[in-house]
Design a protein around this ligand. Sequence first.
Ligand SMILES: Cc1cc2nc3c(=O)[nH]c(=O)nc-3n(C[C@H](O)[C@H](O)[C@H](O)COP(=O)(O)O)c2cc1C
Length: 168
Amino acid sequence: MKKAILIYYSRTGFTEQYVRWLAEMTGCPAASYKDARKMELEPYDVVIFASHFRAGYIQKLRWLRKGELRRKQKIILATGAAPIGSPEAKRQIAVSIRDEGLKCPVFYLESGINYEAMDRGEKLMMELFRRLMSEQESENFLHSHDNSSREYLQPVVRYMRELGVAAE
Ligand SMILES: Cc1cc2nc3c(=O)[nH]c(=O)nc-3n(C[C@H](O)[C@H](O)[C@H](O)COP(=O)(O)O)c2cc1C
């Protein structure tokens, strides 16, 4: 069986939670971005990188173009507060991937907002970012909430099974 590792870059906890669920559902090991940067990734055929949106961009994608990672099979998971199926999220995924010159599948996972876990700079950034949005769009970013669901991971698990990297 091919081997996969799940790597997460999470600031306020949503992305980490999704990866913990996915690890349970697939039996794959998980590591934080900070730890993974110091790890030997040679034994893994597939790298599943979970990160989050900030002002329209999926964070830390550039890392996937570095060294041995460049040649590895990759899957990206992106968390964000935009509703699932949002055309804006689809457009932002396409731009993030194109700008980093990456070609790999991306799954969007709706999460939420966690103001309690943000520092002052992040709260300010959020405030400025919200001013650029329409009133309707900015409502998703106004209060702390959690719309994360294990169900959203089902397509990811199916894809991983097809690749032969997830336990049945
Ligand atoms: C400054 C800031 C900018 C954000 N920009 C976006 C965005 O452009 N699109 C989106 O869907 N969510 C956006 N979010 C919401 C985060 O992507 C969401 O809370 C994500 O799940 C955070 O992941 P984490 O908890 O793993 O850090 C933003 C959050 C912050 C704090």
